[in-house]
Every structure is written in C-alpha cells, then in structure tokens.
Design a protein around this ligand. Structure first.
Ligand code: SF4
Length: 219
C-alpha cells in the first residue's frame, strides 16, 4: 500500500472556524491509498495469496479464533491456488522470499516454512479440498502426465466440477516430484498423501498408460 500525496490546485493551508469558535488549520493534502500486488505473491509461480495467508495467521487470535481455526483458514487459502502446499513447502526454491520487502531489513519472511507447516497441518488433520460447485460438467477432460502441472490442472478442473482422467506412463504418479527429487528433500509419503487428496476428489488416475501407445488399463 503506497501513500501518495494529492495536491489541490489551490494549495496552502485553509483556516476554518470550529464549532467552539476557535480557528483550526487544515491541509488540502490528502493521502491517496493505492492497492498494489504484493511482490511475494507476484513472484510465486502458483500465485499463492501469501499476504492474505500471513495476515490470517497473524490476526487469527486477535480476532478471537482458535489456533486450529486460524491454521485451517490458512490451509484453505493455499488450496485456492495449489493442491501441493506440503510439497512446495519442502522443495520450492521460494522466489517469493527473494522479492520480500523485508529482505533489506531483518531478512525475508519465512514464507516457505509457513507453507510447509500449514500444508502439514492440513495433512495431519485430514482436511479435504472444497469444490467450487456441486454441479458435474458434461465435458470429460483427459490430462496427460501426472507431474505437478498435470495434477494441478486435474485438481483445479475437479474443483470446478469436471470429470477428469489423468494418464501416467510411469508406474507411480508425481513425475519429477517423485523421480527427480530425493526422498530426504521430499518424502514419498508426503507426495502420496497430497496426490491421494486429489484422487479423493474423484480424479481418476491411470498409471502405466502411455497415451497413444498403450490401451488404458484400470488401476
Ligand atoms: S515457497 Fe510457496 S509461496 Fe513461495 S514461491 Fe514457492 S510456492 Fe510460492
């Protein structure tokens, strides 16, 4: 939020008479509030609503919410943009923090750590994604590849009521998240749990199915 001075053409201080009869001076300069996109969220590939999430956590108790209510709310803020807060909280190189306004002062806000904590909270509590509609769309969608991009697309489509089938050539889902990142950085159990949450929304996932070369098999 920037404050910009707005100058009136007349300029200078005005003298007004108050109700008590004494005179008070007022300035024609007025603050003008300009809403800007926060640089952290702007630099996040998921466009996570980082400012909203951090404010929710910071103000929760002040607004009379329990910690559980606060963390649950923060979890669903992440789920508006990504199905993988626990995964991203472990493996994302956090470009959001590179752009954090606090980095020149006491250091950037630990956004990545917050994401991991909130994501793990959601897994631990078994929180389920909320669909945006109860309607089931007539169009069926095929997604080729169950990497983070494919599964994110499936997740957002399923939230909007589309029946989705994901085709994966490998025996397991996750793409580079599973086959390109070592377990000590991303435990398979975390990846499995977040993929399962997508499958539980009704997304059908067919592994060992290379599109164009293999007949689909039931998994
Ligand atoms: S750490 Fe999370 S919020 Fe930051 S850039 Fe990565 S995905 Fe976005």
């Amino acid at each position: 939020m920037a404050i910009k001075r707005k100058e009136k053409k007349s300029g200078g201080l005005k003298s007004l008479r108050s109700s008590g009869g004494s005179s008070v001076e007022t300035s024609p300069l007025r603050p003008q509030f300009i809403t800007k996109r926060p640089p952290c969220g702007d630099n996040c590939p998921n466009h996570n609503q980082i400012r909203k999430m951090l404010m929710t956590v910071q103000k929760g108790v002040e607004y009379g919410k329990t910690l559980d209510q606060t963390f649950e709310e923060a979890f669903y803020i992440f789920l508006e943009t990504t199905p993988f807060p626990s995964v991203c909280g472990r493996v994302c190189p956090h470009p959001c923090e590179t752009e954090c306004n606090r980095k020149e002062k006491e250091g950037p806000v630990g956004i990545n750590k917050m994401e991991r904590y909130i994501g793990d909270y959601g897994l631990e509590k078994g929180l389920r994604p909320k669909k945006l509609t109860e309607e089931t769309r007539p169009e069926r969608i095929a997604v080729v590849g169950s990497g983070p991009g494919g599964l994110s697309a499936a997740y957002h489509l399923a939230r909007r009521g589309y029946p989705v089938t994901v085709f994966e050539a490998f025996p397991k889902t996750g793409g580079m998240l599973r086959y390109g990142i070592p377990d000590y950085r991303l435990p398979q159990s975390i990846l499995d749990a977040e993929v399962q949450r997508i499958a539980d929304m009704g997304v059908e996932i067919k592994v060992n199915t290379s599109v164009g070369t293999t007949s689909p098999t039931k998994t």
